[in-house]
Design a protein around this ligand. Structure first.
Ligand SMILES: Nc1ncnc2c1ncn2[C@@H]1O[C@H](COP(=O)(O)OP(=O)(O)O)[C@@H](O)[C@H]1O
Ligand SMILES: Nc1ccn([C@@H]2O[C@H](COP(=O)(O)OP(=O)(O)O)[C@@H](O)[C@H]2O)c(=O)n1
Length: 221
């Protein structure tokens, strides 16, 4: 995809609850760019299957559910549930589903002026030509604490051990699938947010992106 010299395309990847969404939204606001949380696409397909009693192991049913994406309200709180996140993680291993969701992510990435996208495979598959790439991570324990706090704020009572086990299971599935696994792109800057507050993590992300934009793309990319 051709990018104009004035467009700023930023890829933010990382595991569950690493803070990538928080950082991607802050970068989008800072640079005045549109933002896409690509996890919502996988979660929307998952929610459709959950609602219609679909078979989570059937690749064709998952692909068929893509046609229903317009029916899912992106503000639906059920989208953020642990059940839907778990199903999203399972179905996102299907290559045909990933292919069915590819074009809309590419189109978003290719819009004039640029964009910020966050997910698992933005820097590696969706936007390998991005002007800046971040791989945001944090320890499983820090991520479990954050997810627990999120769930508690929504009035959902769960045990820390359960949330931690879920984080480990998701990491395992997301990192070891055959197609577009969660991985740091070779040219992505690493940002570990384990010991950073939200404000510190955003400031660190901004500094890395600024430095990268100033340096420009490595030759040959
Ligand atoms: N550096 C941080 N320190 C503490 N909490 C954070 C930090 N970054 C994000 N959070 C919180 O952790 C939760 C998950 O963050 P989010 O950005 O949604 O992660 P992701 O998009 O990687 O799943 C949110 O409640 C968010 O406010
Ligand atoms: N670009 C993406 C985004 C999400 N996903 C999958 O969708 C699931 C939900 O993604 P998410 O980003 O909403 O999850 P959290 O990190 O917010 O927990 C992940 O566990 C991934 O398996 C993916 O495979 N590729």
């Amino acid at each position: 995809m051709a990018q104009s010299s004035r467009s700023t395309l930023i890829a933010v990847d990382g595991p569950a609850a690493s803070g990538k969404g928080t950082i991607a939204r802050a970068l989008a606001a800072h640079y005045g760019l549109p933002h896409m949380d690509t996890g919502v696409l996988y979660r929307s397909v998952a929610l459709t299957l959950v609602r219609f009693g679909g078979d989570f192991d059937n690749e064709f049913e998952a692909v068929r559910a893509v046609a229903q994406l317009g029916q899912v309200d992106p503000a639906d709180p059920e989208l953020r549930s642990e059940v839907v996140g778990g199903v999203a993680s399972r179905i996102s291993a299907f290559p045909m589903l990933r292919a069915a969701l590819f074009d809309r992510q590419r189109a978003f990435a290719g819009q004039d002026g640029g964009a910020v996208l966050d997910g698992r495979d933005i820097g590696t598959v969706i936007a390998p030509e991005a002007s800046a790439k971040l791989y945001v991570t944090a320890s499983p324990e820090a991520r479990a604490q954050r997810r627990l706090a999120e769930l508690e704020a929504r009035g959902i009572s769960v045990h820390y051990a359960e949330v931690l086990a879920d984080i480990h299971a998701r990491d395992e599935r997301d990192s070891h699938r055959d197609f577009a696994p969660l991985a740091r792109a070779a040219d992505a800057d690493l940002l570990d947010t384990s010991d950073l507050t939200v404000d510190e993590a955003i400031a660190a992300a901004l500094a890395l992106v600024e430095a990268r934009l100033k340096r420009g793309l490595p030759s040959g990319v």
